[in-house]
Write a new protein. Structure first.
Length: 295
């Protein structure tokens, strides 16, 4: 079993459950965490308040929501719950509504669940893995689907790294040199030809969510997979953070990757903000980063 499936207690799985609205759907997922003795009831209410405050940014892939809140005394251990709704529910996220799958994350700290979220991104990005979650008839079938290692999201034509997959003899600073207008020298650019308006990259990408522990880590994992394919991982650091910290750190970064709801919360932070609709899609993030760094 993967670390992901290890975090989901069989008693924290509910299939084809009725819910009147998104609050009821989150409450179902939170009640499962309480029953599994992973959280107290106050954590469930905190997950709902998070969406009320920041909007439906937890809907990070088509039909899928990852509910979570900040770790506090109401989190007894790191755990996940899984709810499949009997009928799709709109959460208010135009790109990914309606939602049929809701998982709730209780994180005891900021790092213990990172590998599990990376594995979850892989399952959701794999069409076969997603179909298995949509059609599972028992908790054991859900756990089997979560324990499977699905292939990474195909990127099609944009996924072809070509010479950008490695910087070769090109200087690392040329591999990520952002222009004042948001352009950048690509990894295979002629180092003798430099945009006079170009400035050195700050070598930092921020992924942002309301709490810095759930969806931002999810997005960070997928973006790191894109950089790994490019061969740029040693040049660019990706850090997950919350909205408050992001406002203070924005000018340290080349770009902020986030959801539409969080982008609205951030407002003008003096640095480029790119909206990602599907946090499991390497293809979407690949295209965004190619625009940012002019690859």
């Amino acid at each position: 079993m993967s670390q992901l499936s290890d975090l989901v207690d069989p008693t924290a799985i509910l299939l084809d459950a009725p819910a009147q609205d998104w609050r009821a759907a989150i409450r179902l997922s939170g009640d499962l965490l309480v029953s599994a003795e992973a959280t107290t009831g106050s954590y469930t209410e905190a997950m709902i308040r998070t969406v009320e405050e920041h909007g439906p940014y937890i809907v990070i892939a088509p039909g899928f929501a990852l509910a979570h809140a900040r770790p506090d005394d109401s989190v007894l251990r790191t755990a996940l719950s899984f709810v499949r709704l009997a009928e799709p529910i709109p959460f208010g996220n135009a790109a990914n509504d309606p939602v049929t799958l809701v998982m709730a994350l209780a994180a005891a700290d900021s790092s213990a669940h990172q590998a599990a979220l990376a594995a979850l991104a892989g399952v959701l990005a794999d069409p076969a893995g997603r179909r298995a979650l949509d059609s599972a008839s028992t908790p054991s079938e859900v756990l089997a689907a979560l324990g499977a290692d699905g292939p990474a999201d195909a990127t099609g034509s944009t996924g072809s790294t070509g010479s950008t997959g490695s910087t070769g003899s090109t200087d690392a600073s040329m591999a990520a040199t952002a222009g004042a207008d948001g352009s950048a020298a690509s990894a295979d650019s002629d180092p003798a030809v430099v945009d006079p308006d170009a400035v050195p990259s700050k070598n930092l990408i921020l992924t942002v969510c309301g709490n810095g522990l759930g969806t931002s880590l999810f997005l960070k994992n997928t973006a790191e997979q894109v950089l790994d394919r490019w061969g740029w991982s040693s040049y660019l650091d990706i850090q997950a953070t919350d909205t408050i910290s992001a406002k203070g750190r924005a000018k340290e970064a080349d770009v902020i990757l986030t959801s539409g709801a969080i982008a609205d919360t951030l407002g003008d932070v003096g640095v480029r903000v790119e909206i990602i609709e599907n946090f499991t899609s390497q293809a979407e993030i690949d295209a965004v980063l190619r625009r940012v760094y002019a690859v």
